[in-house]
Design a protein around this ligand. Structure first.
Ligand code: AGP
Length: 608
């Protein structure tokens, strides 16, 4: 998820572009750049790796009084963070910034001649393609853009300028948001309205399939088929923080609700339902190397650890002759654990900066074991030090409590397990259900969030005043219960702990009394009846049970039932986790606590 800004007007373009990029840095960045044009078309292109402050330093020696320009913060998808991969990209007199993924960029690249490619990005292919239509003189810039976009498959939000015409910016979107700000003798552009706050209250939200030509005193919008589009000017909310939350009250709810899209980004280009295959390029392991793997060590902390625990349950279901251990990084780094040579270590971290996980990574590498990162933050320390890896691409996770990262990390590890199974010759028929459910999961997540929100809100008032909770599950529902308990614990401060249902009789059952409520995960499956027996044991002690279940005819006499109607069965615990995320959020709201910044915690634990 990148950030785009643009300016054309009577003020200094560089000033708006930099301030706008800073407003968008919550969208994440690993590099940034701007280009501005003087009245006679002289271009000043500045790009820098890392934080926007690095770009500002370059500005010190390159101040211009230019009145038009575009800028970009990059959340890398194709090509690692670097100055050469930073936007804007150039072809001839044309400069372009892009948010999204051009899926057929390799095919398009074959259409282009006479362009000296400098970067590894899909974006440079797009600007070269536009230039190939433009330089023939056949098309003004907007038409060249349209001709090129008609060949593109994928998602884009783009802003394009030409040094031959330093009065206009061409803007287009399909899948990546763009908003046009209408000022006095100036027109502004941004990926979201937060960059426009304080400059204008009037905005036009571009729709998919629309192309706009913006000048300092005019905006003209057409569809890709040249049909004119009427201008829909709306009022911008002035609360900056609220806008960055996309209209949600808190980042936590925003990040819970964006999981259909964030998981889709994780899957994009990596899994094929038609032929049932998974392709992960990042780990960099050949089929022969994948076949040799006999042991997996999965390393993480907190939610990342839970993602590994759950992934391990799945991987061992379909990958033959492989042992898996999931370990807490802060413990494992001090153990003298033997790791067999035919092992691979999965290093799981949203931030890619967690000190204990990083220390584990380094000690495992010293033992000569191949390390694969399952990381979100592009260019983070862990991402740079592993031997290979799979970015989960969920966009920045701002709320301290991790939600969308868990879902994507867990599925990314299952996909890694599927690549091992494929390499080991496991028949596609055996993996088909897993692949089909993973492909269907983003939509199932959307359905579950929609159907669970109101029922969760209806019951939370019954549980807000509890100080203790027990979360229970069997098999794949057990690691999910652990993650659910952590979520509740870390935002509501309710002392929630998870136990395997089968462990109840070995001690935890003694806890059951009116001080506790119980969250019971009851997915369909061969262990359902066993779990029901365990629920009966709790009911017999007057437990206050909330059941989360996808069993249509569920009729146990429990206090609350949260139903999941999705047909997803293998990954039902992933959907149950969404319900527990919502539960933790609404209980905490009910308590009036700061749900995005819980006491005592930090988003990234970079100290030991
Ligand atoms: C999760 O909600 C917590 N905020 C915390 O446990 C987190 O998962 C843990 O600190 C690991 O962080 P990482 O994924 O960035 O390494």
């Amino acid at each position: 998820m990148c950030g785009i800004v643009g300016y054309v007007g009577n003020k200094n373009a560089q000033d708006f572009l930099i301030s706008g990029l800073k407003r968008l840095e919550y969208r994440g960045y690993d590099s940034a750049g701007i280009v501005t044009l003087s009245e006679n078309g002289e271009a000043t292109l500045l790009r820098a790796k890392g934080k926007i402050v690095n770009l500002e330093e370059k500005l010190l020696e390159n101040r211009r009084e230019d009145k038009i320009g575009i800028g970009h913060t990059r959340w890398a998808t194709h090509g690692e963070p670097s100055e050469v991969n930073a936007h804007p990209h150039q072809a001839g007199k044309i400069y372009l910034v892009h948010n999204g993924i051009i899926e057929n960029y390799k095919e398009l690249r074959r259409h282009i001649s006479g362009h000296d490619f400098k970067s590894q990005t899909d974006t440079e292919v797009l600007v070269a393609l536009i230039n190939s239509f433009y330089k023939d003189g056949e098309y003004p810039l907007a038409n060249a853009v349209v001709q090129a976009l008609k060949l593109v498959k994928g998602t884009y939000g783009i802003a394009v300028v030409s040094a031959e015409n330093p009065e206009e910016i061409v803007v287009a979107r399909s899948g990546s948001p763009l908003v046009i700000g209408i000022g006095t003798d100036e027109t502004l552009l941004a990926s979201d309205a937060s960059a426009l706050v304080g400059h204008t209250k009037r905005a036009i939200y571009l729709n998919d399939g629309e192309v706009a030509v913006i000048r300092k005193d005019s905006v003209e919008i057409k569809t890709l088929n040249a049909e004119p589009v009427s201008l829909r000017v709306e009022e911008i909310e002035t609360n900056l923080s609220a806008i960055q939350k996309g209209g949600y009250d808190h980042f936590l709810l925003k990040e819970i609700m964006e999981q259909p899209e964030s998981l889709a980004e994780t899957l994009r280009g990596r899994i094929n339902a038609e032929d049932g295959t998974v392709r992960l390029g990042g780990p960099g392991l050949s089929a022969a190397e994948l076949r040799k793997i006999k042991h997996l060590v999965i390393v993480g902390c907190g939610t990342a650890y839970h993602a590994g625990l759950l992934a391990a349950y799945y991987i061992e279901q379909f990958t033959p002759e492989i042992t898996i251990e999931t370990v807490i990084a802060s413990e494992y780094r001090y153990r003298n654990a033997y790791i067999p040579e035919d092992s691979v270590a999965l290093i799981v971290s949203q931030s890619g900066e967690t000190a204990d996980t990083l220390a584990c990574l380094r000690s495992i590498k010293e033992k000569g074991i191949r390390t694969i990162g399952i990381v979100n933050a592009i260019g983070s320390t862990i991402a740079r030090e592993v031997d290979g890896g799979t970015y989960v691409h969920v966009g920045p996770e701002i709320s301290v409590a991790s939600t969308k990262a868990f879902t994507s990390q867990m599925i990314a590890m299952v996909m890694f397990g599927l690549t091992i199974a494929q390499a080991k010759g496991v028949p596609a028929m055996m993996l088909k259900n897993y692949v089909e459910e993973i492909v269907a999961l983003p939509e199932a997540i959307r359905e579950t969030l929609a159907e669970a929100t109101e029922p969760v809100k209806e019951i939370v008032s019954n549980y807000v005043d509890y100080d203790h909770a027990i979360y229970l599950g069997r098999d794949t529902a057990y690691p999910a219960a652990m993650e659910g308990a952590l979520k509740l614990k870390e935002v509501s401060y309710i002392d929630a702990n998870a136990y395997a249902f089968g462990e109840l009789k070995h001690g935890p059952l003694a806890l059951v009394d009116d001080r506790f409520f119980e969250m019971a995960l009851l997915p369909k499956g061969e262990l359902y009846e066993k779990a029901v027996s365990n629920v009966q044991e709790v009911l017999a002690r007057n437990g206050h049970i909330i059941a989360i279940t996808n069993v249509e005819d569920f009729d146990l006499e429990v206090e609350s039932v949260l139903r999941i109607s999705s047909k997803i069965e293998l990954f039902a615990p992933v959907l149950m986790n969404l319900v527990m995320q919502l539960f933790a959020y609404y209980v905490t709201i009910g308590k009036g606590y700061n749900v995005d910044q819980p006491r005592n915690l930090a988003k990234s634990v970079t100290v030991e």
